[in-house]
Design a protein around this ligand. Structure first.
Ligand SMILES: Nc1nc2c(ncn2[C@@H]2O[C@H](COP(=O)(O)OP(=O)(O)OP(=O)(O)O)[C@@H](O)[C@H]2O)c(=O)[nH]1
Ligand SMILES: [Mg+2]
Ligand SMILES: [Zn+2]
Length: 342
């Protein structure tokens, strides 16, 4: 049995300062920490820094999580112990972050836990959709995860410069933006600042945009990598069907996810104008400080925003209100209604 706190081993699967603080909450604890790296119907695959191991969730923990509509997700840190030759998960460490999206049936899907940076991958072919990217930005920021935008397939772009500029305006100056051919080894150098040990990244985006290709490219330096690395299918491309976490040669952990057809907001998002970089910039010039950008006179947002963006903003607001009502969440507080002049 491994030392309960084999830090070098745990670092290989993303252990960082937050994890130490989270474990302190559960101390004294039984068993040892491990990380959920794959989710299967009947079991989870966890990694303890030494090896990937099948594990079952104890009923008590399952029920405790279920009582609050929760459950384990890829990226979760857990406590495990052995009994009768099997491995059991008996506790969960408090999370630093959790990415959620709504499912069709009013439930939510937990995409990944304890993620530092979300790589929002969009291709510059007919996948290109600023409105969809807007959804991803809202979802990721609501989860307190830093977004990083990767625009792939520049070789298929019809208006590369304009598309890039449009996305940069929508995402704002604080969100890193890269145009990368996911097959190009240069991706590793571009993303190097985010790839250090202790960092966990997740790839999000439609099917076929190059998420798994990027995993492959980042893995290539070191086919023999240890830690959470799993053998990669050597056709070099496949359609991902399950979320999985692996360790990159650079030290970071990377969670690949299956492409999502339609991203529905989870309900935690902030859909006030402040959450949209370009709308917030225009709103500075509205006549009324608490302008709702509906029919107020002197509204710089209605006047200055392309109609398509304005329609998307309103659609997202309505969708969020509906999701919050379904999930019975408190609505995002609206600014005071009384129109004050600046
Ligand atoms: N032309 C071009 N093709 C690319 C680029 N990046 C990836 N591809 C190709 O796009 C196809 C789909 O890539 P995948 O990595 O499987 O896409 P994915 O996002 O993982 O898709 P799902 O697993 O279905 O969600 C592959 O054939 C890649 O070779 C790029 O920058 N340019
Ligand atoms: Mg894939
Ligand atoms: Zn306005």
């Amino acid at each position: 049995m491994t030392d309960p706190l084999d830090l070098p081993a745990l670092t290989a699967i993303g252990w960082n300062r937050h994890c130490a603080a989270a474990l302190a909450v559960l101390t004294p604890f039984q068993g040892r920490p491990a990380r959920v790296i794959e989710q299967h119907r009947a079991h989870l695959l966890v990694h303890d820094g030494q090896a990937g191991l099948k594990a079952k969730t104890l009923t008590a923990l399952f029920d405790r999580l279920k009582a609050t509509g929760d459950g384990l997700a890829v990226g979760d840190w857990v406590l495990v112990h052995e009994a009768g030759g099997s491995l059991y998960i008996h506790d969960q460490l408090p999370r630093a972050s959790l990415l959620l999206r709504s499912r069709g049936d009013n439930g939510v899907q937990r995409i990944a836990a304890n993620v530092d940076t979300a790589l929002l991958v969009m291709a510059l072919d007919n996948d290109y959709s600023p409105n969809r990217l807007e959804r991803y930005l809202l979802m990721v920021r609501a989860a307190n995860v830093a977004p990083l935008i990767v625009l792939t397939k520049p070789d298929r772009a019809t208006a590369l410069a304009a598309q890039r500029a449009g996305i940069a305006a929508l995402a704002g100056p604080d969100t890193p933006l890269f145009v990368l051919d996911a097959r190009d080894a240069g991706c590793t150098a571009s993303l190097a600042p985010w790839l250090a040990a202790g960092q966990t990244l997740v790839l999000l985006g439609s099917s076929g945009v190059g998420k798994s290709t990027l995993v492959n490219t980042l893995m290539k330096d070191n086919a023999q990598a240890t830690g959470a690395t799993r053998a990669y299918d050597d056709r070099g491309r496949h359609t991902t069907t399950a979320r999985s976490l692996r360790t990159l040669p650079q030290g970071a952990c990377l969670i690949d996810t299956p492409g999502v057809r339609e991203l529905k907001l989870g309900g935690e998002e902030d859909v006030t104008a402040d959450a949209f970089e370009d709308i917030a910039a225009l709103a500075q010039r509205c006549k009324f400080r608490d302008c709702q950008h509906q029919r107020e006179p002197g509204c710089a947002v209605v006047a200055g925003l392309p109609p398509e963006r304005l329609a998307n903003y309103r659609k997202l607001k309505d969708e969020l209100a509906a999701t919050q009502q379904k999930r019975q969440l408190a609505p995002t507080p609206a600014p005071t209604r009384r129109s004050k002049k600046r």
